[in-house]
Design a protein around this ligand. Sequence first.
Ligand code: ASP
Length: 345
Amino acid sequence: MLNLKGPTKILLIYTGGTIGMVKDYDSGTLKAFNFKKLLKSIPELNQLGCSIETTSFDRPIDSSNMNPGHWTEIANIIESQYEAHDGFVVLHGSDTMSYSASALSFMLENLAKPVIFTGSQLPIGDLRTDAKENLITSIQIAALRDKGGPVIQEVGLYFEYKLFRANRTTKITAEHFKAFQSLNYPTLAESGVHLKVFNENLLVSKHKRPLIVHKKLDNHVAILKFFPGLNEELLTTVLRTPGLKALILETYGAGNAPTDDWLGAQLSKAIESGLHIVSVTQCPGGGVIMGQYETSAHLQKMQVINGKDITTEAAITKLMYLLGSGVSHKSFKTVFETPLRGEMT
Ligand code: ASP
C-alpha cells in the first residue's frame, strides 16, 4: 500500500498486462511481475497530492486470458471499496481492455465516481515506456473534483493523452502508442500542457441513486463476421451452437448483408425459435442504418436488432449483461436498442 497524504482517495486495481510486465530473458517473453515493484518504479506518484491505495489480482494476467469471471472480480473490488474511495484506476492489458471496460460500464449501474481503465504498449521499465504518462494522468483524472464531487462519473479509458468513454473504444493498433480510438463519440478529456475536460461530453448521473452492481453475465453469445464467400454450412453450424441465446452479425457498411435466400431463411428461422440477432457494422466508424439499402431491409423485416453505432466490444458485453439480467424476450430488442450507459447514439 502506498499512502500519500491528501483528501482524494484513489484505488489502483492491478489486473495485469504489459504495464506491469518484465522481460524473461531466458525465454524472451513478457511476464507479469510484482505490482509493488511497479509502484516503486514511479516515484512521481508521490507528487500527485492524493492518497493512493493499491490492490491486485492474486495472479495478474495477460488480458487475453480475461473472462467474465475476472470482470466480476473487478466489480466486486469496486463495490466493496466504493464508499471508501473517490475514484478507481484499473490497470489492464490493452488487448481486451475495451471489452472489460465496456462490461464494467454495464455492470456498474448508477455509477457516480470515476472508473478509469489504462495500460500501456511498453512495460513500465522500458526506456521509451508509455506506461508512466498513462498511469499518472489516469490517477489525476480519477482525482479531478468540481464543487465537491467527482468530475468523471462513468467508466473511462485513458491512453496516450486521451480519455474516452470506455464503451465507445476499440483497440486499433498493436504498434503505436495511440492504441485506442473512439470514432463514434468525442473525447472526454485531453492531456497536453493543460488537462482539458470536455464537460459537454461527460455522462452525468442526474438522479443520485445507490450503486447497483450487476454480476450475472450470460456468455451464451457469439459473433459472426460477414465476408464475401461465407457459406451456408458455417452459418448453420453457428446457429446450431448448443445453448446459443444471442448472435452478433458484423455486417458490411451501414448494416448490409447478402440477400441470398438461404441466408434470410436461416436467420428468420433462428429468430422465430428465440435467438436474438444483432446487426453491428464491421466498419470502425459509423453505424447501422436499417433499411437504407435493400441489403439491410430484409434484416429489418425479420426483426434483427439494430446495433446502430455501438462497437462490437460494447455489443457483446451488453448482450451478456442483458441476458444475465433476465430481460424478457419481448422487450429484449427495445432494451438493446436503448442507450444504457452512453454506448450508442
Ligand atoms: N498482451 C498484453 C495484454 O493485453 C498487451 C498489453 O498489455 O497491452 O495483456
